[in-house]
Ligand binder design. Structure first.
Ligand code: MOS
Length: 742
């Protein structure tokens, strides 16, 4: 569809204030929850699904961003003249919206035409535009930029002079110091995790063109309604004059939650030149100009009574970001409600450093916070002689230990027990007692937890007289399976074969959804689609003068009192209903989260300290499963991230200037196929979270990473008795401490 939103016949708004009936369990189609293939899967694997950088426009030209080579200071000159004469070069631009946001924030707004201030190595300072990508890149490399360097740029969080511990980030309950002193068993330990990159397969790319004052941008983004607002703000235009298309996104993981510099650059240049402009980030630019995950240092204090029941729980953390940026990795997020303990202490300190901007990377908070918490729990298990699974089970609180809220659905106990049985936890032996050839073998466990959020979301569903249906929303599919699950929800509700359902996503002119982020997409957008489809059922029931519950929708037919109609025969013109989901009181009245348990078995080479993950099992409790295949695939992906964060992934900053040294996929070590053993994923069946939303489903995009690296760290300890507290657990950190063997 073109242009503005089409009209709808009916709209329904719903606010999630109380537990909802399990409507989807009464449907007859049997499509939801199955391992249905992605409708767009064939297009993706045959290379015909268009990604942002592939859009072509008449007269398209190419822009290449130029990166700062200094850490802090000001650009004093850009020698545009020299490159203007190079083949194909059209323009060199700087200042204004181009450099307005070095990353996500609006803190460093620069007046138009002024030479940019610099805050980190790799910040965009100019844009070179040429007829071809290669010419633009060549000229960008030849461009001479001069700088006025400022002194005193902190690049190391450990020694940064500007640090803050906001009062809001401190929570003290009871008296942790006394509780630690009086504890029968106590662990006071520190862990550190390195900066991570989202490293999505598809680099950030934008193709922009303006028609009659309206911007059309093909980009690669996660939350279009916010991205429209950000882009409009950066360009000084109305939101109504911005349209973003992101029908296919090759991974986001947080790096595409907000717009990155290439979107502003492409849009700004296209406006200036009156020509369509494409700007594609190179891999090093993706590392530098888009968000990294902050490194963390974490202090865990755990004290328990003689039975292993926690009396003290402390989680302090130190993270970093650029000066002026608001985001701080919410490291202890999961710790607040996972385990009990009356005496609690939390504090977060943020260091201001001139490293590339820190922001959300898959499961911000839990992804790294759970490594430290779950390894510290393993230390407590070791100290107290209590089995690690037992220890966790003894510490599941009745209600939220800080605010007293009831839990909604919490499947953690089931995940731990089922996982232990399936994994063969019984066969685990004490640390450093199992040698298989040259390999020490060990097992580790960790809980998984991830907060669950519901976001405002609207979707439109149209039933056509030919018995087909169309579902439209600006929701994105960042590889997660949105096309699949929305097809299934419509098909289930209206009794349609998936081939009869078309889902259109990733166009900001469509009804505004939650977008993809924070694991809220499936449940928020899915609920909006559910509500719209439910309204269609209701309208059809009214035509037949019966209650919607008395109708059975299946295989393109509607049956009532043993009379069967073809669904399309019930309407003469398309019937369009819009559904809007708003989070309500249940989000404040319950502690709602996804839960799981990770089990890992590793081998540690007795001579080199090399770690190989031999097998892994993840058991998850996420409420209703919408698609067994795409949900499992999300868990696999999360667990693979866990392997990466446990063993290999680490952004390295040059200690002299903060630059990212390993800004490429050759030296930023993601796990490859040979690093990943068979991963077993179990999704607990028939779980429903009635408080979460009207479809009783919870997020799964991030839960799979939370705790996964902790299980591997604990397995390393169980294998060889070496406790790695500085991740990733590379061989150099293990080898010197290995036990002697013959
Ligand atoms: Mo996520 S890190 O909110 O895409």
């Amino acid at each position: 569809m073109d242009g503005q939103a089409q009209s709808k016949d009916f709209s329904v708004k719903f606010t999630m204030d109380e537990a909802q009936p399990r409507v989807l369990d009464r449907m007859a189609q049997g499509l939801l929850g199955t391992a249905m293939d992605r409708p767009e899967g064939r297009m993706k694997v045959t290379g015909t699904a268009p990604y942002a950088a592939e859009y072509r426009r008449e007269g398209l030209v190419h822009g290449m961003l130029v990166r700062s080579t200094i850490t802090k200071g000001r650009v004093t000159g850009i020698d545009a003249e020299k490159v203007q004469s190079m083949d194909g070069v059209i323009a060199v631009m700087t200042g204004g919206p181009l450099v307005r946001n070095p990353a996500q924030g609006t803190a460093h707004e620069a007046p138009a035409q002024s030479l940019p201030e610099v805050f980190y190595v790799g910040q965009p300072v100019a844009l070179v535009i040429a007829e071809s990508f290669e010419q633009a890149r060549h000229a960008a490399q030849a461009l001479t930029v001069t700088y006025d360097r400022a002194d005193g740029a902190d690049v190391d969080p450990a020694t940064a002079s500007d640090t803050e511990t906001p009062e809001d980030n401190v929570l003290s309950q009871g008296d942790i110091d006394t509780a630690m002193k009086e504890a029968a068993f106590a662990v006071d330990t520190r862990y550190s995790t390195p900066p991570h990159s989202s490293a999505a397969m598809e680099p950030h790319a934008s193709v922009a063109s303006w028609t009659d004052g309206r911007l059309e941008l093909h980009g690669s983004y996660q939350m279009l309604r916010h991205n429209v607002a950000e882009l409009a703000d950066a360009l000084g235009v109305d939101e109504a004059d911005v349209r973003i298309h992101s029908p296919y996104v090759g991974g986001g993981f947080g790096a595409k939650l907000g717009i990155a510099p290439e979107a502003v650059a492409a849009a700004h240049a296209a406006r200036e030149l009156g020509r369509p402009v494409s700007v594609v980030l190179t891999r090093p630019q993706v590392f530098e100009m888009t968000m990294r995950r902050s490194e963390t240092t974490q202090r865990l204090r755990l004290g328990s009574d003689a039975e292993g029941r926690l009396t003290a729980l402390g989680h302090e953390d130190w993270v970093s970001n650029l000066p002026g940026e608001a985001f701080a990795e919410p490291t202890a997020q999961g710790t607040h409600f996972l385990y009990g303990g009356d005496n609690r202490y939390f504090a977060q300190t943020l260091a201001r450093v001139h490293r590339p901007c820190a922001g959300s990377v898959r499961a911000p908070g839990e992804a790294v916070g759970m490594i430290a918490l779950e390894c510290a729990m393993d230390e407590l298990a070791e100290t107290s002689g209590i089995d690690p699974i037992d220890l966790r089970l003894r510490n599941l609180p009745e209600t939220h230990p800080e605010n007293g809220l009831p839990y909604s659905e919490r499947g953690l106990e089931d995940c731990l027990r089922e996982g232990a049985a399936k994994f063969g936890w019984d066969a685990r032996t004490p640390a450093g007692t199992r040698l298989d050839g040259d390999w020490w073998i060990g097992m580790g466990v960790a809980s998984a937890v991830r907060v669950n959020a519901l976001m405002n979301s609207t979707a439109r569903v149209t039933l056509n007289p030919d018995g087909t249906a169309l579902c439209e929303t600006d929701m994105t599919d960042i590889g997660t399976g949105s096309y699949a699950i929305l097809t299934q929800i419509v098909g289930e509700m209206l009794g349609l074969d998936p081939g009869q359902v078309e889902v259109r996503l990733g166009d900001s002119d469509l009804p505004k959804s939650s977008g993809s982020g924070g694991s809220w997409g499936a449940q928020s957008c899915g609920s909006a689609v559910f509500l719209a489809a439910q309204e269609i059922r209701k309208q059809l029931a009214e035509k037949l003068d019966v209650a919607a519950d008395d109708l059975t929708f299946k295989d393109g037919t509607v049956t009532c009192d043993n009379v069967q109609h073809d669904i399309g025969d019930l309407i003469e013109t398309p019937l369009t209903c819009e559904g809007t989901l708003n989070p309500g009181d249940t989000a404040d009245a319950f502690s709602i989260a996804g839960y799981g348990a990770h089990f890992a078995e590793v081998g540690v080479h007795r001579d080199t300290g090399e770690v190989r993950v031999r097998r892994m099992l993840g058991v998850f409790s996420i409420g209703r499963v919408l698609n067994e295949k795409t949900a499992s695939s999300q868990c696999h992906g999360g667990m693979i991230w866990g392997i990466g964060s446990a063993l290999t992934e680490e952004i390295m900053h040059d200690p002299s200037d903060g630059r990212i040294v390993n800004h490429n996929l050759a030296e930023y070590h993601l796990p490859v196929s040979l690093d990943v053993p068979d991963l077993d994923v179990v999704l607990l069946e028939d779980t429903r979270d009635d408080q979460a939303n009207p479809i009783q489903a919870k997020g799964i995009g991030e839960l799979g990473i939370a705790g996964a690296a902790g299980a591997i760290g604990n397995a390393i300890y169980n294998a060889c008795g070496v406790r790695v507290r500085d991740f990733p657990a590379t061989p150099d950190k293990i080898f010197p401490h290995l036990p002697e063997t013959d």
